[in-house]
Design a protein around this ligand. Structure first.
Ligand code: SF4
Length: 80
């Protein structure tokens, strides 16, 4: 989780946009879907991201979902 927290601060300080993906380590707890249903939904076994590039209006919610994910399965990467 610490790595994700550092990434969040970098994204916010420099105003980067970001891509989002979910790793297979997802335990299907549903937290991300509850926080940001515009970006996350439950698939057959794990959560899935409905978009690759996060809309700027939803970055804060996606960051919150990644922060609250119990297994750090939500991966955020800077868009160059
Ligand atoms: S919060 Fe994390 S573990 Fe829970 S459904 Fe979303 S990606 Fe999966």
């Amino acid at each position: 989780m610490a790595t994700n927290i550092v990434a969040y601060f970098i994204f916010q300080l420099w105003g980067f946009t970001m891509n989002v993906r979910i790793e297979d380590t997802c335990v299907a707890c549903g937290v991300c879907v509850d926080i940001c249903p515009d970006v996350f939904e439950m698939g057959d076994d794990i959560a899935v991201a409905l978009v690759e590039k996060v809309p700027s209006t939803l970055i804060e919610k996606v960051e919150e979902a990644a922060y609250d994910c119990p297994v750090d399965a939500i991966i955020l990467t800077k868009v160059e």
